[in-house]
Design a protein around this ligand. Sequence first.
Ligand code: GLY
Length: 562
Amino acid sequence: MKVALVFPLLACGSLLIAAGHAPAEPGIAAGGMVATVHPAATDSGVAALGGGGNAIDAAIAAALMLGVVDGHNSGIGGGCFILVHLADGRQVAIDGRETAPARAHRDMFLRDGKPNAELSQTGPLASGVPGALAAYDLAAREHGRLPLQQALLRAAEVAEKGYVLDVSAAKRLNDLSATFARFEGSRAVFLKSDGSSHEAGELFRQPDLARTYRSLAEDGIAWFYQGPFAKALEGWMASNGGLTTASDLAAYRPQMREPILSTYRGYAIVGFPPPSSGGVHVAQILNILEHFDLKAIYGRDPAQFYHVIAEAMKRAFADRAYWLGDPGFAQVPRGLLDKQYARELARQIKLDRATEVACHGDPPAAGSDHFSRHTTHIAAVDAAGNWVGITATVNTAFGSKVVVPGTGVVLNNQMDDFSIAPGVPNSAGLVGAEANAVAPGKRPLSSMSPTVVLADDKPLLTLGAAGGPTIISQVVMALVYRLDLDRDLAAAVGGVRVHQQWRPDELRVQPTMEKDWIAALEGIGHHVRRGGFGICQAIERLPDGRFLGVHDPRVAGKAAGP
Ligand code: GLY
């Protein structure tokens, strides 16, 4: 029995190393490692490790600091997934994904019968109930050694004192200034008192956010989920046409999930399960790629190497569009991870031409065997053997663009990760089906893919990425470069990337890819579009036991350890 179709079926039947980026300066240390997109966040994580904390404390400290210095990507008004390989060998997946408010309904983004994507991307209807803070709190209580207070207070100080805006941060604020101007709380934080935008080189202070972090340090997360923040959020929503109430915040619970375990060429791959699509499709793509000798293909014909990877991605994303959703609401088949199913998909791939994939596939036991049921990635490890990946997000830059007045908290726009109507692309161009329709309390489908790789049962690598659906592709490509092509970790993260998400049927390639390879890919039928990708962080255990940390060279991040 397939998922009951309320939506109709999707249209079935119908930088620079090897042309990538110069690797960034890696970090090497024996006492642990933290890699993030921002030096202040990495430093906060390293301070946690130096202050008696473990990798869980370090990753959470980094995440809380990112909410201050990198708030367009993530923050306590958003959500996260936390994947931990504990020193005792257990794997833990904590789901801090946002939920749709209780008054949400599947047609809430239709106006006059037509989908209105503006409503799911900006303003009061765009936000899900934030989950990141509850997940950090749960992870710290269950597996950390430090209370959240220290990390909150360190981040509050930076919010209070401010930091200097660089050119890209100032441009981002300027580009969004007209949207910020629509919302009272956002005007107060992101625009100057005369309504103009902040410029590069100026000090950017967030006193309201500093007060919020200090209140959380003092009163715990009840201040947010049951106290003054919940009340402020409800008040703003009620007077601006939103649906979220204080009861939605009080009802929010992070979920413990069962990590996805798969294998790739003898390595064990640990991934994040639904409501992320990341773990499922990283595993599925790797299962398909196992049927190709990628190293030999790359040596013979690099364009064919990218072709094979793109064809594998195309099939996985076709399945994603149909089958994937919150496992509490949709029946997501475990058969998507089946090796025999991957073999059948691999057989469809032709080495000499791009093939049309008309429709999703039918994984085995799809009726009976189910998963029970702009973003940032932080990687952290400690000397005791805890390995952590947190991918956190408010979705697109500054989420819904709404700041709850007086709190400094940017609300996510994760509702846009639902399928607002069948076949209607979201801000990432993704289409979906009934499995990912809006429903009260449901979690929107994600691509976030925190991943741990084990060799001989010992953690070898942890990695993850930002960048919407390209997260899945970036994780796959970094793994293939590292494990198949034997590139060092920095070169693997900096390597040229490709992404094929089935719909639209185009092959996104990093613009720095060799022109000859692009011409060859076009020659065999790929519709190539040069485009941007997200940002990947990774840590590897070296043969001598030290840790090698790498931040993506595409931004000025930092990898360091004590
Ligand atoms: N909002 C990006 C993701 O969760 O995939």
